[in-house]
Design a protein around this ligand. Structure first.
Ligand code: PMT
Length: 408
């Protein structure tokens, strides 16, 4: 954990509301992480949550009594004070039932009484099965809570308690911790990546055959531009090295360098690399280029034309080979098959900290779409899958993972 991150939660008063979901077991790890970061934690839980994890466990870890019922000793008077005591109220896990009651302003348990009394910012981490998560009632409850100014911590995709795979799993405690740190950083007017220079590569490259023809691919640059904007929103000074595309950004935190070929992208990135703390390589760089570029248009002749190709420089591999101890390197992996195997190989071979796997086998993912579906693998063996989202939302997930890794 970096010194900055330690300062972020040191002495902060976190009121954790735990509702009834199997994910309640993660509350124990979350409390341990928060206490380790110097936060003061008080817990309120519903009786349904107590069926999944005991109040004694959470009281022991938080070093504070855990009231359950509104009629418990002192709870009636204290619910207002608890709501006022906290710097932030975090409801994790937030079950479908608790979300619905919060949206309606119902107050039939202590957690809800505290929530309604809370004058501090409220964050919630939903946890439920995929069908419940997608139900229009849940969707509108979440929208309503966001309209109250509450922040939703994104759900994850993966194996659910039902045994099915899908969206709705509560974020991991480490991710919730990062979210909280970002919350306090923003509140202090300090952004998580202030003072960091980040290089992002985006778009395709083109490799000339002759003055009128070239080899290229379908990359639009949308994914890389979304990442550049998310990094700049987080305070980074972003150098965007952009291949030929009609996509643009006007973000004031981004300086754009336009390039065409893999060699030009390599040169632009390499000269900027020593000053960079973070590099995200989202560009679809051509792996091969014509060994010789004809200086005049090649005339139509024989039935077949053979063009000798040679390898382009592997930008990311070269950065990985020369990575400094404070530099964090993020690559992408785009495949049509054996996606995980190839992604993990690139993570290892190119000496990356994080790799973002996307597959052309997933509808709505990859080139040119406004959406993408990614799985993140980091150098510590963690794997995190996300559902299909807008490229802006994917970029947020990637930037959160980068900040998390910086603090690890
Ligand atoms: O631009 P969009 O239309 O929004 O589409 C987004 C995207 C599909 C291009 C993006 O999400 C993506 O997957 N980018 C990487 C595509 C790719 O070239 O993947 P790869 O598996 O072939 O390369 C692995 C990594 O090495 C990538 O980070 C790539 O940028 C990098 N590389 C590859 C070759 C090379 N010569 N130099 C490199 O730096």
């Amino acid at each position: 954990m970096s010194m900055d991150a330690i300062k972020m939660l040191q002495g902060k008063k976190i009121l954790l509301g735990v509702s009834g979901s199997i994910a309640a077991y993660k509350a124990a790890t979350l409390i341990r992480l928060l206490v380790k970061e110097g936060a003061e934690v008080k817990v309120v839980m519903t009786t349904a949550a107590a069926g999944f994890i005991t109040p004694l466990t959470l009281a022991t870890l938080s070093k504070n009594e855990v009231p359950l019922n509104i009629s418990d000793h002192n709870s009636w008077n204290n619910h207002v004070m608890l709501g006022r005591w906290a710097d932030v109220m975090l409801i994790a896990p937030a079950s479908a039932n608790t979300l619905a009651k919060m949206a309606l302003g119902l107050c039939d348990n202590l957690l809800l009484a505290v929530y309604l009394s809370a004058t501090c910012p409220v964050l919630f981490a939903p946890a439920m099965d995929e069908d419940m998560w997608h139900h229009p009632a849940t969707r509108s409850n979440v929208d309503k809570l966001i309209s109250f100014g509450h922040q939703q911590i994104p759900v994850e995709s993966g194996e659910l308690a039902s045994g099915l795979f899908g969206e709705g799993r509560m974020a991991e405690p480490e991710q919730i911790l990062t979210f909280l740190q970002q919350h306090f950083q923003q509140k202090n007017g300090r952004k998580a990546l202030n003072g960091t220079t980040a290089i992002v590569t985006a778009g395709p490259t083109i490799e000339h055959i002759d003055p009128v023809r070239y080899i290229s691919n379908h990359s639009s640059g949308k994914m890389g531009i979304a990442i550049a904007e998310a990094l700049a929103d987080a305070g980074a000074n972003v150098q965007l090295v952009l291949g030929p595309t009609s996509q643009k950004t006007t973000h004031p935190g981004i300086t754009v360098t336009h390039v065409q070929t893999a060699q030009e992208m390599f040169d632009a990135v390499t000269t900027r690399y020593p000053a960079a703390g973070i590099v995200v390589a989202a560009a679809a760089v051509a792996d091969y280029r014509p060994a010789n570029v004809a200086d005049k248009k090649i005339k139509k002749g024989e039935a077949q034309l053979h063009i000798d190709l040679e390898k382009t420089p592997d930008i990311l591999r070269s950065l990985g080979d020369n990575k400094g101890p404070q530099q964090l390197l993020v690559g992408f992996s785009l495949e049509t098959n054996n996606e995980k195997e190839y992604a993990l190989k690139k993570l290892r071979d190119k000496n990356l900290d994080l790799i973002v796997m996307n597959s052309l086998a997933d509808t709505g993912a990859g080139f040119n779409y406004d959406t993408n579906k990614v799985t993140l693998f980091d150098k510590n063996g963690n794997e995190r899958s996300f559902p299909l989202k807008s490229k802006q939302a994917v970029a947020q997930d990637i930037v959160s993972a980068i900040i998390e890794l910086q603090h690890a």
